[in-house]
Every structure is written in C-alpha cells, then in structure tokens.
Design a protein around this ligand. Sequence first.
Ligand SMILES: Nc1ncnc2c1ncn2[C@@H]1O[C@H](COP(=O)(O)OP(=O)(O)OP(=O)(O)O)[C@@H](O)[C@H]1O
Length: 279
Amino acid sequence: MPPSDTDKHRKTDHDVIIRATDVTVRFGSKTILDGLSLDVRRGEILGFVGASGTGKSVLLRTILGLNPKQGGKIEVFGVDYDRASDAERLTVEQRWGVLFQQGALFSSLTVLENIQVPMREYLDISPQLMEELARLKIDLVGLAPDAAEKYPSELSGGMIKRAALARALALDPDIVFLDEPTSGLDPIGAADFDELIMTLRDTLGLTVYMVTHDLDSLFMACDRIAVLGQKKVLVEGPLQTMLENDDPWVRSYFHGKRARTVVPKDENPHYAVKDSDGK
Ligand SMILES: Nc1ncnc2c1ncn2[C@@H]1O[C@H](COP(=O)(O)OP(=O)(O)OP(=O)(O)O)[C@@H](O)[C@H]1O
C-alpha cells in the first residue's frame, strides 16, 4: 500500500534525536512539567519558548539528566537515559554539547584551556592534538586566533558566547543545547550568533535545541518552535503554525508589539485582523 500523506510526513525514529514522552517534574508539591512530550529531530534548529518561570530550564536540565523527574521517559539517540548503563551514558554525554546561560566559562582558565576541559574528561589524546583541536574550534566559531590565550574577563559578551559555544563543540557533538544564547548581546551580535548557528547546522549537520526569548532568533534561525505552557508543550511547528495559533499567550507573543517589528506584514495572517491588543 502506498504511504498516506500522514505517513510521509511522520518522522521516523531515525530522525528523532531526543524524544521526551509524558515527562512530569515536581519540586515538593509544585508541579512544573506535567505529561510533557517533545521530539527533537536530526539536523533541525528547534526554538523552545514560554513565559518566564514555566520550566524551560527545568526541562533542559531534565533532558541532560541533571534534574530528577517523577514520571515519563526521555530517550536520547534512542537510549532511555534512566535505564542506560554507565558506558551508554558516557557515550551519550560525548554526543551532546551544552551552552548554559551566562556562558559559564571557568574564569581562571584561558579560552583554549576552557575548550580543553571536556576533551581532558572524555578523550584520550595527546596534549598537542588537544591543542590543535581546541584551536580549530576557536576558528570554527569565528574567534580570532589570539582569543585562545585570553581569559573570560578579557572578552566581550559576544566573544564569551562564542568561546562557550566552542567548548560545547569540543567533542564534535551531534546536538548542542543552547540556553538563551543571544541574551545580553546587542542586535547585531545576536544576529551574527544566529547566523553562526545556522552555518554550523548546515556545514556540520548539527542539531540545535535553543531555549530563547529572542524573537529575531525564532524568526530567522529556527526551523521549528515549541511553546511551553500549562506545564506541557502547548503547540509545536514552524513559524507559520505559531502565527496561526489562537492560544492567548502564543498570540500575544507572536503578534505582540515587539513581534510586529520582526514578522513581515505579508507573512503575518492575523496582522491586520486579529492583533492581540485588538488594534
Ligand atoms: N531546583 C529547584 N527547586 C525548586 N524549584 C525549582 C528548581 N529549579 C527550578 N525551580 C522552579 O521551577 C520553575 C521553572 O523554572 P525555570 O528556571 O525552568 O523557568 P524558565 O522557563 O527557564 O524561566 P526563565 O525564562 O525566566 O529562565 C520556577 O518556578 C522555579 O522556581
């Protein structure tokens, strides 16, 4: 039987790098995530948004195994992290890179030494090779060669983000998790960073999971967007799906005053007729 349209568009397990199914996370009596499900697909830039305090960072930490969950399953590269052996966990950990908010570089180490931290932890290679690889990462993220010997305090905000990205890429991961990567950058620096992410996705086939509040990033860089609301993924899909969604928060976010400066008028189906503030 020929595949139906639905079958053709359904992603196979092979395309799914991360699958969260029915995930529940509580802190004491407070439930943060309640039956949340989400797929992250190979080679996509997924933007993860939601109001402040809804649990975006909690989900990220839960996926990374840094936060206990009370229910559900998280599979990374097809491995159920809860049931994985130590060896499987080690393999999974080498296939992801993380850029936490604020960059989180070690202030007492140079950029080169920071990038070498994960290499020392996971790779058994000579110091020379480690240095060569770290310098390649510095080049990859668009930093000048002399950034290698600098300490974080000597770098601009944009350079810190790039150095932290270089460290996240140290082990040639399949996926990088970025927690608000453009926060604190000026619009030009943020746009440059988005462009870098897109180039890395295109050239390395990198998958990107990006928690962000940055409308420009969502509009310019993301292939798909997932919105966290009511303790689960409220809506997910391409930008057009967001623009057509009628949930009040989604509408006010994607059709609010700030969005109007970003979304081209002819791409915004509700622009004139259904503005969130009724204007
Ligand atoms: N370790 C913890 N113990 C108790 N409560 C926590 C813990 N970590 C997070 N929370 C609570 O979980 C909720 C969600 O926090 P989280 O940082 O994930 O929000 P967020 O969506 O990332 O917000 P923002 O966009 O402001 O960064 C908050 O109410 C926070 O106080």
